[in-house]
Design a protein around this ligand. Sequence first.
Ligand code: AMP
Length: 446
Amino acid sequence: MAEEAEKEISTFEDFKLNRQLLNAIEEAGYEKPTPIQLKAIPIIMGGHDVMGIAQTGTGKTAAFLLPILMKVKYAQGTNPRAIILAPTRELAMQIEEHITLLAKYTDLRHTAIYGGLGPKTQIEIINNGIDILVATPKRLMELYLKGELILKEVKTMVLDEADKMMDMGFMPQIRQLLEVLPRKRQNLLFSATMHPKVVELSEEFLEFPTRIEITPQATPVETVTQVLYQVPNLRTKIAMLEHLIRDKEAFNRVIIFTRSKKNAESVAKYLERKEYGEVRSIHGNKGQNTRINSMEAFKSGEVRFLVATDVAARGIDVSMVSHVINFDVPFVYEDYVHRIGRTGRAENEGNAITFANESEMYHIRKIEKLIRMQIPELPMPEQIEIFPTPFDEQQAIARDIDHQKRAENPDFKGAFHEKKAIPQKPVKSRRDPRTSFWQKTKKKKR
Ligand code: AMP
């Protein structure tokens, strides 16, 4: 039946959505449904449980929101009838924005609740009556246990980015929640990857689900062009970054990903000092308001560079990102897919450029296995000076290679301790190898 529906449907009108929604869709500028929307909307509207494997950037949010908006229809009673769980506040906010956009011509009441802010205002909004609630798992349970939230009228439950929820350890809260929700309800689960933990969760959470897979497991969105450069060290990575962003026209809205908060902060400060354009950084140490403001400024185009860590970047919904630059390779391999999904959103063309040193190349090989493709590699442009790797950084790289070899083969004795990484110029420094370059550039400037 689903297949039949799929064949016939090609426009939003074909879904038999109400006029209010169709007007909002038109105003949002969505001309035709995306593949996940074509597949998922009829099935969800038919009341079935769904397990959707779709990356961010595919239009998955509207794929579950539109049927929910149809079902919940208009404001009624005081308690939520649909709940959407998201792993991070950024994603929760983004979903809430999507609802605002699509529910514009309805009288539906909706809000997002998440940690990092006091719950008072959130409680007030809920007490005034709510139809659709977006929430992070901890805050939801907190308000429920306080008696501020009545869940007995919930008829639809969505888990978005379920793989990230599992990564972030939200299983206990989700289990607790499943205990208190009414048994009879529709469940939808979305995840970018088919991680075994997600499969396990889907078995607990879904009833005879229809599985909709929009791209093969963890395949990067097709509209993103990927490139890899082997860049030996931090100093050369900076030189490479500076070389690329000199092209202001092409690199007009760039997200630079780093693995640590410290690197995010350092790269952002460096770009700022060099005055390459407006820069903001978002990572776990930034307060909620700063993060929101940075995102807004980046969205509006006022800011050229957003430097981000993986967790902070979840849920970034900005179209027209020209480039994603992986300054560091992520060690959680799925994050590579999430990172590059930030460019090339909704059928725009995007570019993802990755810098990898010798040890990071090990991780790249594993990422390539996950995405089932080889990331095309380019030689470093000739004009880029290849700086020697400082002793400390060489040691850190050698240590990571050892670590990976050991993980692959427990009998591996470790070359690092035998060879002790031969430096070109053994300048011994007591500084942290990852900060030494930044410290030096700071000193020069001041
Ligand atoms: P998502 O995968 O839900 O994160 O959506 C990615 C982006 O695509 C968001 O900016 C949406 O507003 C946009 N989008 C969703 N559906 C459509 C559509 N049918 N046509 C064009 N853009 C869309």
